[in-house]
Design a binder for this molecule. Sequence first.
Ligand code: CTP
Ligand code: MG
Length: 224
Amino acid sequence: GDVAVLVPAAGAGVRLGPGRPKALRLLGGEPLLVHAVRRLAAAGSVHTIVVAAPAADVAGVRELLAPVAPVTVVAGGAERQASVALALAAVPPGPEIILVHDAARALTPPELVESVAAAVREGRHAVIPVLPVVDTIKEVGAEEMVLGTVDRSALRAVQTPQGFRRSVLAAAHAAAGDALTDDAGLVEKQGVPVFCVPGSEYALKITRPFDLALAEHLLAAADR
Ligand code: CTP
Ligand code: MG
């Protein structure tokens, strides 16, 4: 394995509603983070996993993941970007390919992890999994008045894991200004080309209660 994966898992999960931090909410009786780490560890290229956990849960997350896979657990930060930077700082020398993967994308298949890693290995500096946008997209202005229809054919919805040459991700985080919601965005600001590979519907981000309900059904169907 030549790949290290950073797993930002320190978010509260406000949009999921009141309860434990999102990475520790249950899906099929196990925390989202356990599902995510199990699938990462099942990808043969993955050598190192660093989880950024909620600061109050670092010890608990270490215990939780010990039977799942060998992982390093650090305290995350106030923003996703800070959590990724803290996890990145904990990667030992060695892996030259670094993936960043949301704990909230708990059902991401190992095959997607491998396809992102493979594109970096083949020479891409930055790689993101994407899906076509299925809905018609409108730009809307004041008082909910439509300004125009956006050309959907050029749009993609972006998932994780996002993959990077280690030096590219390190430079992008070192230069980072305002917090962005994805790491490829930081890399784009550095002028580095970002390559798209096909994503997976199973890599959906569990954000709202509807997503968690959908994930429960997907998991139950996969177990049958
Ligand atoms: N994340 C993190 N540190 C933060 C904020 C988010 O590590 N300070 C992680 C989340 O744990 C999640 C991923 O980044 O795995 C994607 O973020 P999101 O889906 O927005 O999760 P939350 O921030 O937890 O959810 P919400 O925005 O609804 O509070
Ligand atoms: Mg968030």
